[in-house]
Design a protein around this ligand. Structure first.
Ligand code: FES
Length: 101
C-alpha cells in the first residue's frame, strides 16, 4: 500500500494502488483547485510529484497538452486529476498558486 506524503502540510496518507491522486488530496482535507472536475482541461490541479514519479501512471496526451500551456511547469509537474497511484510511495508538493490560469 503506497504512502502519499504531502508538502507543505507534511501529511502522510495511506492510499490504495489505483487511486486517483486528486481524490487522495481532497479526501485528506487539502485545498486544491479542480475546476474542470478531472478532465485535464483547467490545469488548476497542477502539482509537483517530487518522489515516486516512476510508479504512477504515465502522462497521456491530454495532460501533456494542458501542462504545455500553463506557467511554472517543470519536469516534476503533473495534473493531480490524471495521476493514478502505483505501488510505491509518492511525495507531492502542492503549489501555492493557481498556475492553470
Ligand atoms: S481538475 Fe482540471 S486539470 Fe485537473
Amino acid at each position: 500500500m503506497p504512502v502519499v506524503s504531502i508538502q507543505p502540510s507534511g501529511k502522510t496518507i495511506d492510499a490504495a494502488e489505483g487511486t486517483r491522486l486528486l481524490d487522495i488530496l481532497l479526501n485528506s482535507g487539502e485545498t486544491i483547485a479542480h475546476k474542470c472536475d478531472g478532465q485535464a482541461q483547467c490545469g488548476s490541479c497542477h502539482i509537483y510529484v517530487q518522489e515516486g514519479r516512476k510508479s504512477v501512471s504515465k502522462i497521456q496526451r491530454n495532460e501533456h497538452e494542458k501542462l504545455d500551456s500553463i506557467i511554472g511547469v517543470g519536469s516534476k509537474s503533473r495534473l493531480a486529476c490524471q495521476v493514478i497511484l502505483g505501488n510505491e510511495n509518492v511525495s507531492v508538493e502542492l503549489l501555492g498558486f493557481s498556475s492553470g490560469f
